[in-house]
Ligand binder design. Structure first.
Ligand code: SF4
Ligand code: SF4
Ligand code: SF4
Length: 274
């Protein structure tokens, strides 16, 4: 097993999902995320049966609903959207101050706000459009699904996985086990599944993977290349002298900026306490 293959993995099975959104509620509850406002980053929340249709600083996961077929042959297809926890995360590679890193124990790609300088390169780099930003805060941070690393470290499964009443979300100790189970289900019921495990190879492989009764394009999954962004790109860039000099200047500015943001955040916290 390569270093990047280590960590847990989750398999989402679109044939087992009933679209109840217990996973989304559990995520909100565990992360103490309040309800979203009327609009998020200027985009109206349309409501309807889907409810929330995009990730935000307060919504780390949501259920995507798609009506498939036509005439009397209409049916619903679902997909749970959250960070894919890539094996070679583009967000980690893009972050020039190392505020994002993959944890090999849990498989979670974690964010450290103490290091973040708010450049938002991670948002641009992510091929799945996952990281969001606290646009409405004076000291904003990046926000996204944490793979419930805090729960995992305490021996618990992610809140969404625990809440799922149908077993549509299943966690595996090793990614290879999830891949084998995914292929076993497809082979056992080829009429029920499309022959693809989304995340097995996309973006170099992810820790969250999907099997589905309908094509992934019909669920608006991005057509991501199988190539990963090399994790050592930043190291390689750091070896270039002119790049290193630029980074030193940037880091000094970043340090000042981060400290300032932490002061503002501390001030906000004190105000709330008082
Ligand atoms: S899905 Fe995006 S945010 Fe999540 S680990 Fe991969 S690159 Fe990073
Ligand atoms: S793993 Fe945790 S943070 Fe991520 S979607 Fe599930 S409940 Fe939310
Ligand atoms: S809790 Fe399970 S069945 Fe319900 S919407 Fe989430 S993944 Fe689907």
């Amino acid at each position: 097993m390569s270093e990047s293959e280590k960590g847990k993995a989750v398999l989402y099975d679109g044939n087992r999902c009933i679209g109840c959104r217990a996973c989304s509620v559990a995520c909100k509850s565990w992360n103490k995320n309040s309800a979203d406002k009327e609009s998020d980053n200027g985009v109206e929340i349309t409501g309807g049966i889907e409810g929330k249709t995009q990730l935000s600083a307060r919504t780390f996961t949501f259920m995507r609903y798609r009506e498939i077929g036509d005439g009397y042959d209409l049916h619903w297809a679902f997909a749970k959207i959250q960070c894919m926890h890539c094996l070679n995360p583009a967000c980690e590679t893009a972050c020039i101050v190392g505020a994002l890193r993959r944890d090999e124990e849990t498989g979670a790609v974690l964010y450290n706000q103490a290091k973040c300088i708010g450049c938002r390169y991670c948002m641009v780099a992510c091929p799945f459009g996952i990281p969001t930003y606290q646009w409405d805060r004076p000291s904003p941070w990046i926000r996204k699904c944490t793979f419930c690393a805090d729960r995992q470290n305490g021996g618990l499964s992610p809140a969404c996985v625990t809440a799922c009443p149908t077993g549509a979300l299943e966690i595996f100790d090793e990614r290879q086990q999830a891949i084998e189970e995914a292929h076993r289900r497809i082979e056992a019921s080829p009429d029920k599944y499309v022959d693809r495990v989304y995340g097995e190879k996309e973006a170099g492989g992810t820790s969250w993977m999907y099997i589905s009764p309908v094509d992934f394009q019909d669920l608006d999954f991005p057509n991501v290349t199988n190539e990963s962004v090399p994790r050592n790109a930043r190291k390689a860039m750091g070896a270039l002298p002119y790049y290193a000099a630029g980074v030193i200047v940037l880091m000094a500015g970043a340090y000042w900026y981060t400290k300032r943001r932490q002061k503002i955040a501390a001030g906000e916290h004190e105000k709330k306490e008082g």
